[in-house]
Design a protein. Structure first.
Length: 375
């Protein structure tokens, strides 16, 4: 899997990257994805580490030539950092998912709304486990403003099927479309925009183009980001599927007696995943296991029964962290290891993306001089 990811990455760097900024907004359909990288399923599990990707690209291109792509990768970093500073947003999302089963909702999740593009995207999501970024924006906008369905159900629906499903990018993007992330500013999908950027594949779609943003006046204050360490403390470490990076980490893992790999089953998740997504994650874990010889797959009971303290590769806010908070009696005894790059970047994620963007030169400077992740 690491090799496959590497090949796809090289193919994109050689053939797609130069034209990325010109064509990235077009969704030409599932059979034609050369205008974007399609790497998110690897990046979201760190089969490809986003910082290594940026370093690799900047070793070949000047930033000005590839800044749009680099910026998009930093959106992921930024969203993650933003959620780290506001745990409550994730908590509120999980706690406010309504139980809902009316006809409109059933039609939406079964791709039977009669809105051709939307119904096609539902099928694509279920069969390809991916949607183009622009289609995700249109989809979420139609879901919220034309079908009048709760955004939380849409966010859950995406998480169920996306191979790249990510607590921060997904939740915060849905909030952004709804107009509650940047309060008072919603994203309204327009027929003309869909027509143009699907290369005329979809035309004459009737949408609510005058929708107002949803209202949510709750102000989230900043919380302290969890303290992360860069050095080993215990003899065993637990990893989730959210960070399976092996590049440059072999000797770090070799210092442990055991590297335990844990993938939560649906019984331990608030947002249930489709079998295809769980199986994809299992394949990634297996790939890690064949790279790191002292690694073992464990289950939820095994971790609850680990009597001694252990290190945890920090899984970030989301289901995995919820599981640890719920099931480990003395969470403060765990020693959370984090990548230096995350710790550095997240300091710029307290405000809007514009503020993060202003600091990209400092971030890049840091990345180019700091490639020794944990030591
Ligand atoms: C409603 C909605 C939900 C989303 N949910 C997710 C999600 O669960 N997981 C996820 O990884 N992305 C999510 N995104 C962001 C984005 O759509 C995907 O990252 C992108 O489409 C992946 O395709 P790609 O790898 O070809 O991206 P490219 O355009 O080739 O971009 C390269 C990489 O940059 C990152 N990236 C690009 N755009 C964004 C963005 N807007 N936000 C965050 N990271 C970005 C991804 O890691 C991506 O692989 C969501 C966007 C929206 C509007």
């Amino acid at each position: 899997m690491y090799e496959k990811a590497d090949q796809e990455k090289l193919e994109f760097i050689q053939n797609g990257l130069k034209e990325y900024s010109l064509h990235r907004n077009y969704d030409f359909g599932p059979k034609s994805r050369k205008n974007i990288s399609n790497l998110s399923k690897y990046i979201s599990h760190r089969i490809i580490n986003e910082y290594d990707l940026i370093r690799e690209i900047l070793s070949q291109y000047k930033l000005q030539k590839v800044d749009k792509f680099v910026q998009e990768v930093f959106w992921r970093v930024y969203w993650k950092g933003w959620l780290e500073h506001r745990h409550e947003v994730w908590r509120d999302f999980i706690n406010s998912i309504p139980s809902y089963s009316n006809e409109d909702y059933k039609n939406a999740i079964n791709g039977k709304t009669g809105i051709e593009c939307f119904d096609d995207w539902v099928n694509e999501l279920k069969t390809e486990n991916y949607l183009h970024n622009h289609s995700r924006m249109w989809f979420a906008s139609i879901w919220i403003f034309t079908l009048n369905l709760p955004w939380e159900l849409g966010a859950r629906f995406f998480m169920k099927y996306l191979f790249d499903g990510d607590a921060a990018s997904n939740t915060l993007s849905w909030r952004w479309v709804a107009g509650i992330q940047t309060q008072g500013k919603n994203y309204v999908a327009r027929e003309s925009n869909i027509r143009k950027f699907t290369n005329q594949r979809y035309m004459n779609i009737a949408l609510n183009e005058n929708a107002l943003p949803l209202e949510n006046h709750k102000i989230y204050s900043l919380n302290e980001v969890r303290q992360l360490h860069t050095k080993q403390k215990y003899k065993n470490i637990v990893l989730f599927e959210s960070d399976l990076n092996v590049n440059g980490r072999q000797s770090f893992f070799e210092n442990y007696e055991n590297v335990y790999l844990l993938l939560l089953e649906n019984t331990n998740r608030n947002l249930k995943l489709d079998d295809a997504v769980l199986n994809f994650k299992k394949t990634l874990q297996e790939a890690f296991k064949s790279e790191i010889t002292n690694s073992k797959i464990i289950n939820e009971d095994d971790i609850k029964n680990l009597n001694e303290g252990f290190d945890v590769l920090y899984p970030a806010i989301g289901e995995n962290m919820d599981f640890l908070n719920r099931e480990i009696k003395d969470i403060n005894k765990l020693h959370f290891i984090g990548a230096k790059e995350d710790i550095f970047c997240w300091q710029y994620s307290k405000k809007g993306f514009f503020n993060f963007k202003k600091n990209i030169p400092q971030v890049i400077n840091f990345l180019l001089h700091e490639d020794d992740l944990f030591n």
